[in-house]
Ligand binder design. Structure first.
Ligand code: NDP
Length: 286
C-alpha cells in the first residue's frame, strides 16, 4: 500500500466494483492534481466482529479514507471520532475520512440516491409522493434524504412490522417538523398507491432472478417512476412490471456511482469525475 490509500471494507466484498470506479476517477484526477497520482483504492474482506479493531490499523497504515459496505455501516457509527451532521439522523456511516487521531464519518447514500433519481428518471424527490419499499439501512438513508429534500408524502412499506415501527418512530419528529405526512404500511395492507408516485425499492428482493416483487403485483402503481437500488441483476421483476404499467424505471448503479463520487470528493477535496466513474462502473458490470 505504498502511496496514499483508500479502500472499501465489507463482507462479502469480492463483488464490489468500487475499486474500478475509484481508480478510474483517480487516474483522471491525477492529471490535474499531481498530488493525487500516488492514490490507489483497494478492497478488504473484514468480518463484522473484526471491524472495530481493524479501523485503527488502517489508520496506522496511513489510509486516507474508507468506504464501508454491508454489514459495517451501523457498526462503525458509534466508533468514529466525528460524525457529519447529515449522517447523524441516519445512524450509519458509509464513508470515513482520516483525522489526525481517528476517523470522521459521513453517509453519502442519500445523496447518491437523489442524484440517481434526478439523472436517470429526470425526477426530483421534492414534491413527490415517495413510496419506499424496505426499512433496513439503505431505506433509512433514503427516508432521511426524502424528508430533507421535502417530498410531498412518504409511505414506507415493510414486511417486518417491528422494524418498520422502529424506523417510523425515529422519522416521525423529522416528518412532523417538516409537515410531511408519513404512512407506515405492511405489504398486505396496501389499498392503492398514488398513480405517478416515486417508487424506491430498498429491499433486497430482486437480487435473485426468481424473487417476488416486494409488494403484491396487483398493487403496483400506474405510471410510476421506479428507482430500484439493486443493480445486479440490472433489471428486476419490479422494474419490468412497473414499465408494463406505463412507468419509467432505473436500477441502482447510478446511486452507487454518485455515493462514491461524493466520498471521493470528501477525501480529495476536489470535484470527483462522476461521468468517468459511471463509465467504469458500467464496464465493470459488463
Ligand atoms: P438490510 O439488510 O438492512 O435491509 C433489507 C431489507 O430488505 C429489509 O427491509 C427487509 O425486510 C427486506 N427484505 C429482505 N428479504 C425480504 C423478503 N424475503 N421479503 C420481503 N422483504 C425482504 O439491507 P440494506 O438496506 O443495506 O440493502 C437493501 C438493498 O439495497 C440491497 O438490495 C442492497 O444491495 C441495496 N443497496 C444498494 C445501494 C446502491 O448504491 N445502489 C446502496 C445500499 C444498498 P424485513 O425488515 O421485513 O426483513
Amino acid at each position: 500500500f505504498q502511496g496514499t490509500s483508500l479502500a472499501v471494507l465489507g463482507q462479502p466484498v469480492r463483488h464490489s466494483i468500487s475499486p474500478q470506479m475509484h481508480n478510474a476517477a483517480l487516474a483522471e484526477l491525477a492529471a490535474k492534481h499531481p498530488q493525487l497520482s500516488a492514490w490507489k483504492y483497494f478492497r478488504f474482506e473484514i468480518a463484522p466482529e473484526q471491524l472495530l479493531e481493524s479501523l485503527p490499523l488502517f489508520h496506522a497504515k496511513g489510509f486516507q479514507g474508507l468506504n464501508l459496505t454491508v454489514p459495517h455501516k451501523e457498526i462503525a457509527f458509534p466508533a468514529v471520532s466525528q460524525i457529519d451532521p447529515e449522517a447523524q439522523p441516519i445512524g450509519a456511516v458509509n464513508t470515513l475520512r482520516r483525522l489526525d487521531d481517528g476517523w470522521a464519518g459521513y453517509n453519502t447514500d442519500g445523496y447518491g440516491l437523489a442524484q440517481g433519481i434526478e439523472r436517470e428518471l429526470q425526477r426530483e424527490i421534492q414534491n413527490s409522493d415517495l413510496v419506499l419499499l424496505g426499512a433496513g439501512g439503505a431505506a433509512r438513508a433514503a427516508a432521511i434524504q426524502a424528508l430533507q429534500s421535502r417530498c410531498q408524502s412518504l409511505t414506507i412499506v415493510n414486511r417486518n412490522q417491528e422494524r418498520l415501527g422502529k424506523l417510523v418512530s425515529e422519522l416521525q419528529p423529522i416528518a412532523a417538523a417538516a409537515n410531511i405526512p408519513l404512512h407506515p404500511l405492511s405489504p398486505q395492507d396496501i389499498d392503492t398507491l398514488p398513480a405517478g408516485c416515486l417508487l424506491v425499492n430498498a429491499t433486497s428482493l430482486g437480487l435473485k432472478q426468481d424473487d417476488p416483487t416486494p409488494i403484491p403485483e396487483d398493487k403496483l402503481p400506474l405510471n410510476a417512476c421506479c428507482y430500484d437500488m439493486i443493480y445486479n441483476p440490472p433489471t428486476t421483476r419490479l422494474m419490468n412490471l412497473v414499465s408494463q404499467n406505463g412507468g419509467i424505471v432505473a436500477n441502482g448503479l447510478s446511486m452507487l456511482v454518485h455515493q462514491g463520487a461524493k466520498s471521493l470528493s470528501i477525501w480529495t477535496e476536489t470535484d470527483a469525475p462522476a461521468e468517468t466513474m459511471q463509465k467504469a462502473a458500467e464496464q465493470a458490470m459488463a
